[in-house]
Design a protein. Structure first.
Lengths: 474, 87, 280
């Protein structure tokens, strides 16, 4: 295969010679290409193609203007988030009623009818099925709303304008304007946000976008935030204002997340990921009318499949493990209780507790199962019969949840605040970790992306806790 | 950065092109990969470019190049040297 | 996160398929290696290339109006007549000359991957800018089809494009399409089939070089290349790449890989070996 052919060598040598002689002819080549292209286009196209449509021009002027650009951007993205949260409420409730109520009961009856042993029923129905059903009812509606909306914006051509508007802010933080898009996508799902970083050419800036994506509060973490805010923050103010107060608290956490993204980007660009700002080329495509029905159809199917996959592959095993841990007795208590008790001292130190820590370990596959796991563990460790049948317990009102957490679990306002912060700053879910590895092909950076947020989270909650204790607030 | 040698056409960096105004590329002060990237986008000496949009913070700006709207940071546009359109 | 990438979702055919021989066209969304022909899909970003890909293969690939990356290598299949065609979606690039990963992947595949047909998707509303890539592709391969996409947008903008004249200028078939509506897709498929089976006479456009030194250097090297590798269709391109010190090309010449490719190409279908070279 690699014969030393003298003719070949001579050819290569001459080519090298010409290369040195003529130098970089690329300019001439490209100029020639464009001249050719222009000539051909001239002969072939009946109308000048250089004028922009008035609609495009006017719209662009508004969307990137000094006065309207930013407000419109914030309003649009806020609208997408708001529609997702409120729009997902009813379907989630319906799905929960169906899957966690009707089907769950039916499954129990079925297993009883075939006289299945308690541990098979428990493992399959209370463990595997419940976790899967929970993820579907909590995740499917918001994902099926957020992503189609986002995709419509993308198809329309608006998203590059967002990157255009925000590039300067990101450049100052050592990152790339297109990170605005990946961050926004991360509010739907961090794994999707990580994949979206492919649009960033520079590896350095791409890594920054990947590592900081976790600070975008993904769909799976909103329920935790909203619930805890309602219970602990909403309770601080008169009932009439509690709804507003809790929403503001969640918003605050989300904004904190965005701030952290910038801060960590800046920090990374000064330390681990030092480098030059890359060149920035962004084409602002013409606006195209989105094919709404087509996009909605394909996007909804897409996200449904992804949620189903996640429920089966990630949540089901977590449910199985949780059930097993809670039903194998060693000594005087089940394994889960042992672990919780062992973790309690550490939990106390960092401002959380053993239940939360174990729940977060078990919820590595899927953030959305944190709350039900917490509830179940609290009940079990607190020794209440109410927790028995199902692994994933669902309560109808925040009040019931509050009773369990505060009454049985001994949670305080400090715990609530710490949990909200920890939910923002902890390791990415396993799907995201896998995706990060697939995209970076680097074990080192995957570890950084996984460990950095959780270190920040622990540091934050610990600091807050000890300051509060020092100030005698708790 | 504007030069006005007697008899020579006035040159100025693309980043200083007034909004809505047009000019012609005189030369590109980049080498290597960045140069090729710009050439590939159609920013070739002799190309007419019009400044179309400014982002809210003034940087980057978007330019109309052969029918496409290309956004460039000012630091980059500063190294694309333009000259007045001659018709 | 690969669940969605191989789901078979039939897209609407649009009005074009009421009378077309759609019965022959089956869309298979699975990647197999029993293909009779390999078709490469190239084009600038944001030309609706993904839509064309989806229309041909029925594969689920997001088609955003975002001039960035799609998945680096999407493959799909479609059948027409009694032949199976494997469609490889190359990264969207503005050019094949600059040394970025995308451009290398694209040009290496077209040259070393030996697709039977290369389809260049061009945005009808931005023809001048898009032709740059098309002209480069025509330097590398003469088995090409230009897909003049986004004709619906062109009509909306009031543009009138003489695609027959374009075909004459470029020397390869040009098929107007509006992939979003399914318009022109059947014509595209038929043209791809024709070119694959070499039923189409091709005299592709060749770039005019102006610098006399360059012209002389290129002819010198190109004629030698022709002598050493009879049957090399793009000696000028190879010469240009060698003069540009393209490491991949230098390596291919030195190691004899280029010779093997020419041997494999003459009369052959460009078997799996050729594809493996490009999958590195």
């Amino acid at each position: 295969m690699s014969e030393q052919n003298p003719a070949v060598d001579d050819l290569l040598k001459r080519a090298q010679g010409y290369h040195e002689q003529i130098g970089d002819f690329n300019d001439a080549l490209v100029e020639g290409l464009y001249e050719d292209a222009a000539r051909i286009a001239d002969h072939v196209v009946a109308q000048g193609t250089h004028a922009r449509k008035t609609f495009d021009e006017t719209l662009d002027r508004i969307l990137t203007s000094r006065t309207w650009g930013f407000p419109i951007m914030i309003a649009l993205l806020g609208l997408v988030l708001w529609v997702t949260i409120t729009g997902a409420n009813v379907p989630s409730g319906l799905l929960a009623d169906l899957l966690l109520g009707v089907v769950y009961t039916w499954l129990h009856q079925l297993f009883a009818a075939i006289s299945a042993p308690w541990w098979i029923t428990g493992f399959l129905v209370d463990g595997v099925y419940m976790a899967t059903a929970w993820v579907i009812s909590v995740m499917l509606p918001p994902m099926a709303i957020f992503f189609p909306l986002f995709t419509l914006l993308e198809d329309f051509g608006y998203l590059p304008r967002v990157a255009f508007n925000l590039d300067r802010v990101f450049a100052k933080a050592g990152a790339h304007g297109k990170q605005a898009l990946t961050m926004t996508m991360g509010f739907g799902c961090n794994a999707a946000g990580v994949i979206a970083t492919r649009v960033i050419d520079s590896p350095r800036e791409r890594l920054i976008a990947i590592i900081t994506n976790n600070f975008s509060l993904c769909n799976g973490r909103w329920p935790t935030q909203i619930l805890i805010a309602t219970i602990f923050i909403g309770a601080l103010v008169p009932p009439a204002l509690s709804g507003t107060a809790s929403m503001l608290a969640v918003l605050g956490v989300a904004v904190l997340g965005v701030t952290l993204s910038f801060g960590v980007s800046w920090g990374l660009s000064k330390t681990l990921l030092k480098g030059e700002a890359s060149s920035f080329y962004l084409e602002l495509p013409p606006y195209r009318p989105p094919r709404i029905l087509q996009t909605l159809y394909t996007s909804v199917i897409d996200r449904t499949l992804i949620v189903l996959w996640r429920a089966v592959v990630m949540a089901a095993p977590a449910g199985a493990i949780l059930w097993t841990l809670s039903n194998i007795t060693v000594g005087d208590a089940n394994i889960a209780a042992h672990v919780v008790n062992a973790l309690d001292p550490i939990g106390w130190f960092i401002g959380l507790n053993g239940v939360i820590l174990l729940a977060y370990v078990l919820a590595i596959p899927a953030n959305e199962i944190v709350i039900p796991t917490v509830l179940m563990l609290t009940l079990m460790v607190g020794g209440t019969a109410a927790g028995q049948p199902g692994v994933m317990v669902e309560f109808d009102t925040a009040r019931q949840t509050a009773e369990v957490l505060v009454g049985i679990g001994g949670w305080t306002l400090l715990t609530g605040i710490n949990l909200m912060l920890f939910s923002l700053m902890h390791n990415p879910c396993s799907t995201t970790i896998l995706t990060i590895y697939q995209e970076t092909k680097s074990l080192k950076w995957t570890v950084v992306a996984t460990v950095l947020p959780i270190l920040m989270g622990i540091a934050t909650t610990t600091a807050i806790t000890w300051i509060a204790r020092a100030l005698r607030l708790v | 950065m504007s030069q006005s040698a007697p008899g020579a056409p006035r040159t100025f960096p693309l980043s200083e092109l007034k909004p809505g105004a047009g000019a012609v590329v005189a030369r590109i002060e980049f080498e290597g990969l960045q140069r090729r990237r710009l050439l590939d986008l159609g920013i070739v000496p002799g190309t007419a470019i019009r400044a179309e949009l400014d982002s809210p913070m003034g940087d980057p700006r978007a330019y109309l190049v052969r029918g496409a709207l290309i956004a460039l940071r000012n630091a980059q546009a500063a190294r694309i040297v333009m000259t007045e359109e001659t018709d | 996160m690969t669940v969605n990438e191989h789901t078979q979702i039939p897209l609407s055919h649009g009005s074009a398929c009421a009378t077309c021989p759609a019965a022959h066209l089956q869309r298979v969304g699975i990647d197999t290696s029993n293909a009779d022909y390999v078709v490469a899909l190239a084009g600038n970003p944001n030309t609706g290339k993904s839509t064309v890909f989806n229309a041909l293969t029925g594969l689920r690939q997001h088609t955003g109006n975002w001039p960035g990356k799609t998945v680096t290598r999407m493959e799909g299949m479609f059948r027409y007549g009694d032949k199976a065609y494997k469609l490889v979606d190359l990264p969207g690039t503005y050019s094949l000359l600059a040394t970025s990963e995308d451009e290398e992947v694209a040009r290496d595949f077209i040259l070393f991957g030996q697709p039977h047909v290369t389809v260049v998707v061009v945005d009808a509303t931005r023809l001048e800018r898009n032709l740059n890539l098309a002209l480069q592709v025509l330097e590398i391969t003469d088995r090409a089809v230009v897909c003049l996409n986004l004709m619906d947008e062109a009509r909306r903008h009031g543009l009138d494009i003489d695609h027959r004249r374009l075909a004459r200028e470029l020397g390869v078939p040009v098929v107007p399409t509006a992939a979003r509506q399914g318009e022109g897709i059947m014509d595209l498929v038929a043209t791809i089939a024709d070119v694959a089976a070499s039923r189409y006479a091709r005299h592709p456009h060749r770039l005019l070089l102006k610098d006399p030194h360059l012209v002389r250097a290129v002819s010198d090297l190109a004629s030698d290349l022709q002598k050493m590798y009879p049957g090399l269709p793009n000696a000028r391109w190879v010469a240009l790449r060698l003069m540009d010190n393209d490491p991949r090309m230098v390596e291919a010449v030195r190691s004899g890989e280029l010779a093997d490719l020419i041997a494999a190409q003459s009369g052959q279908m460009g078997g799996p070996g050729a594809l493996e070279l490009a999958s590195a």
